[in-house]
Design a binder for this molecule. Structure first.
Ligand code: CP
Length: 308
């Protein structure tokens, strides 16, 4: 693997499968009475989150602790960022304390690339602006693999706020790389121009969901919207919300996914989110195993163990 994980484009199809296979082994550690192995003993991982997070931050910290790394969570709200320190200065000061890895979430799409250029530490993108969220796509693929024999050839419908979604971009890159057929749907104002160039089909919600193996719902990201992209949340729900009736058009063994946090009653009905086809909490659980795999492989994987 490359030094950093900034984008799904950093991984070949073989490397993606290597992460997913390693995550399978890591998942078993989470089922033991003592959920800890010494693999990253002596390594220091800094979690630097400039944007709110529940799932990603928590699962990275649990993953780091299960691998025995020394973890440090920088609370940006209580740091010198509040005194105006730049991202580059913050990064170089953290770097001066010799961490091995920095996990960063930031509202700016270029933040991870900046850290990658100026830091010797390995950089893991935990979500940067509208750009990418690679570990989310990896945990989504791991979850799909648990339910389907192969990702290749699946019909995957991704529905919602496509314009503001870094989860969309990482998933499209990963799923098309592994041979899935990706259909996307959302209000015209929330469909990025030229998205077809990524190898997806833009469709109505009904065409996207019809006979789908996987339906992935995306959150309406109101915090990133300036102005009205659609008339009302009620109308959005009527036109694009995943209801039981819409789910019935997909394959009988469809799985329903959502990266979270969910807007219940906006992009997804509660009876779908909590219903028999939903794997949403499995995605959260799998986030720990997949992030353990990423940390382990970036730290050197078996080469690291051989040198120990
Ligand atoms: N899926 C996801 O990134 O959730 P959080 O924002 O809670 O980390």
């Amino acid at each position: 693997m490359k030094k950093d994980l900034l984008s799904i484009d950093d991984l070949s199809a073989d490397e993606i499968y290597r992460v997913l296979d390693t995550a399978e082994a890591m998942r078993e550690i989470g089922e033991r009475p003592i959920k800890k192995v010494p693999t990253l003993r002596g390594k220091t991982v800094v979690n630097l989150f400039y944007e709110p997070s529940t799932r990603t931050r928590t699962s990275f910290e649990i993953a780091e602790k299960r691998l025995s790394a020394d973890t440090l969570n920088i609370a940006v709200q209580a740091s010198s960022v509040q005194k105006g320190e730049t991202l580059a200065d913050t990064a170089m000061n953290i770097e001066a304390m010799s961490p091995d890895m920095i996990v960063i979430r930031h509202s700016s799409s270029g933040a991870c690339n900046l850290l990658s250029r100026i830091c010797k530490s390995r950089i893991i993108n935990a979500g940067d602006g509208l750009h990418e969220h690679p570990t989310q796509a990896l945990l989504d693929a791991f979850t799909i693999k648990q339910h389907k024999p192969s990702i290749e050839g699946l019909k995957v419908a991704i529905v919602g706020d496509l314009l503001h979604s870094r989860v969309l971009r990482s998933n499209v890159l990963l799923l098309t790389k592994l041979g899935a057929h990706v259909f996307v749907s959302g209000p015209p104002t929330l469909v990025p121009r030229g998205i077809e160039q990524l190898g997806v089909t833009v469709a109505t919600v009904d065409d996207a969901v019809r006979d789908a193996d996987v339906v992935m719902m995306l959150r309406i990201q109101q915090e990133r919207m300036q102005g009205a992209f659609f008339p009302s949340l009620r109308e959005y729900y009527n036109l694009f919300g995943m209801t039981t009736e819409r789910v019935s058009r997909a394959k009988p063994d469809v799985i329903i996914m959502h990266p979270g946090p969910m807007n219940r009653g906006v992009e997804i009905a509660s009876e779908v989110a909590d219903g028999p086809y939903s794997v949403i909490l499995e995605q959260v659980a799998n986030g720990v195993a997949v992030r353990m795999a990423v940390l382990y492989l970036l730290a050197g994987g078996v080469e690291n163990e051989a040198a120990a």
